[in-house]
Design a protein around this ligand. Structure first.
Ligand code: TEU
Length: 560
């Protein structure tokens, strides 16, 4: 049994199963593919694997629309394969966290089939049915309420029409979910990443919202983000599912729009809700009205967005650290430089992220510096959010479709979903068949075979960062101080415990940068722990720095 605080030292690796490794040549990743790569994950050194959904699903949203919570979709394999994956991970001291998608089900889930069958079906109240729809807009474009012809009422779906929202007000719904969660824990899984878990409590009066200009519908976040019973439901879940288990159950709440004060409440250990939140503040920078309305991203804004959470949760809560996942474009393309400085910038991004306070998430392929693919046409995409947004734009007179496609190439969720690049072969070692989404042509040079065990590679840099977290308590426990918050290109900060200090300084630009850090001159004698550029540079010596393009350096000193 782990000590209660151990989980704070863990590093999580996210597997998006569709895109990770395909064992049977059908072009879609599967569980046996993952089993074949457990050794790779172990070598990287990660503690936890978060598996995006593998449950039975019609795949309207690649598995985030679940039709059976207690079975594996045949596309991915069988329950026996999943058991084997759990055993393989456990044999190497790693854990498995399942994706828990319980804000909504698939419209093919038997609960919804029953619910929609008649107005007096016992499960009618398991979903949100109304005679009159509110004018809310769905997160995947179009209205969030759809008329069901058969019974003449509207149902709520915050995401696609095929993802009806469960009614958490109904205690039977909650008990059915808790029973399912206990079943998974009894089967051997070690925790849950909870999809949009801050959307489960709605304002039950379901009021109309302010429409967008030129539309009847508008965003309605204020009626379903961190709603009135959110904390109550999570505490009930804790006492019904997690309390009294032998080992710690790792719980992560994905929470778009959560604020720092709310996150403190969700993750204060004394309240028994969740271990950590997965918040969105820093990935909502760099665009306007929607994610395809691109704006310049200024480094001071990104630093401040991260620092807010460091300060706000210091000592009282816990946060996830990520720059990319299956809903975001590739981090090296978005925040780094996927051209000439790709390797250094990928390492620098990882260094800055992993040395903040919180739990780092490695998204599959980030440890190889995978970048956005050169997508140009709408036919390159498979993602429902991208396709529906485009379809709506096509209907709008005067929409600039060329500009939209250019923005999609930078921001579409599919940019994070191209197959993992294992080697230089035609299917990138991902598949022997035709991949469901194109492999990035750069896999001929950017791939695992070219990096694992190769000194100076991005993979080995990630391995070093993960090892550093395991060895040095200051990485987990140290408090955080941002230096030079307004500097347009340098990201520098201190981590400090009573025993040790880490200094991180990174150049987020393609130019040589000078910076004078507000620190004592003794730092010049500190030892260098990690760098993004190979070879020693005579240029950097704190507190007066001269950093080469995308150079980052980590120093450590003991405190007397
Ligand atoms: O995403 C939640 C969410 O609100 C956003 O990430 C959204 O999907 C979109 O990317 C905003 O641009 C979670 C899952 O991570 C996502 O894959 C699912 O599509 C969504 O919930 C619905 O289950």
């Amino acid at each position: 049994m782990s000590a209660p605080e151990d989980w704070r030292r863990w590093v999580v690796y996210q597997v998006y199963p569709r895109s990770f490794a395909d064992s049977d040549g059908d072009g879609v990743g599967d569980l046996r593919g993952i089993i074949g790569r457990v050794g790779y994950l172990h070598r990287l050194g990660v503690d936890v694997v978060w598996l995006s959904p593998v449950y039975r699903s019609p795949m309207d949203d690649n598995g985030y629309d679940i039709s059976d919570y207690q079975d594996v979709d045949p596309l991915f394999g069988t329950l026996a394969d999943l058991d084997e994956l759990i055993a393989e991970l456990h044999a190497r001291g790693m854990k498995l966290v399942m994706d828990l998608v319980v804000n909504h089900t698939s419209d093919e889930h038997p609960w919804f089939t029953e619910s929609r069958s008649s107005r007096d079906n016992p499960k009618r109240d398991w979903y949100w049915w109304r005679d009159r729809p509110a004018n809310w807009e769905s997160l995947f474009s179009g209205p969030a309420w759809t008329l069901d012809e058969q019974t003449g009422q509207y149902y709520l779906h915050l995401f696609s029409t095929r993802q009806p929202d469960l009614n958490w007000e109904n205690p039977e719904v909650r008990q059915a979910i808790y029973a399912m969660m206990r079943w998974w824990l009894d089967r051997g899984v070690d925790g849950f990443r909870m999809d949009v878990i801050n959307m489960i409590s709605k304002d039950t009066s379901l009021p109309d919202t302010t429409p967008r200009p030129g539309s009847r519908h508008g965003p309605a976040f204020q009626y379903f983000i961190c709603g009135p019973r959110n904390h109550e439901f999570l505490q009930e879940m804790y006492w019904s599912v997690f309390a009294g288990r032998d080992a710690h159950v790792l719980t992560v709440g994905e929470m778009p729009g959560v604020t720092v004060p709310e996150a403190v409440l969700f993750t204060d250990p004394a309240r028994h809700e969740l271990d950590m939140v997965f918040q969105f503040q820093h990935v909502q920078l760099g665009f306007g009205a929607n994610k395809f309305d691109l704006r310049p991203l200024h480094l001071p804004d990104l630093k401040a967005a991260m620092a807010d959470w460091q300060q706000g949760l210091a000592g009282r809560g816990w946060n996830s650290l990520y720059f990319g996942n299956h809903d975001q474009p590739r981090s090296v393309s978005r925040f780094g430089d996927d051209g000439p400085h790709r390797i250094a910038s990928a390492k620098t991004l990882a260094t800055v992220l992993h040395l903040h306070r919180g739990t780092p998430y490695v998204y599959e392929g980030d440890e190889l510096a995978m970048a956005n693919a050169p997508f140009t046409a709408i036919t390159d995409y498979r993602d429902i959010e991208t396709l529906r947004f485009y379809a709506e734009a096509v209907e709008r007179p005067g929409a600039d479709l060329a500009a939209l496609l250019a923005a999609m190439a930078r921001m579409s969720r599919d940019q994070g979903r191209t197959p993992v690049q294992w080697d230089a072969s035609p299917g990138a070692g991902f598949t022997t068949g035709t991949p469901w989404l194109a492999v990035n042509p750069d896999h001929t040079t950017v791939n695992a075979a070219a990096q694992v065990g190769v000194p100076g590679s991005v993979f080995e840099h990630y391995r070093g960062l993960i090892a550093l977290r395991h060895e040095d308590p200051v990485v987990t426990d140290g408090d955080f101080e941002l230096l030079l918050p307004d500097h347009p290109a340098i990201w520098a900060f201190l981590r400090r415990t009573a025993r040790a200090e880490l200094l991180v300084a990174a150049n987020f630009s393609a130019d040589v940068m000078d910076a004078a850090l507000p620190l004592d001159a003794d730092w010049a004698a500190a030892s260098v722990v990690l760098t993004s550029l190979n070879g020693d540079s005579p240029l950097q010596l704190p507190p007066d720095l001269k950093l080469r393009p995308w150079e980052s350096v980590v120093w450590r000193r003991a405190r007397s």
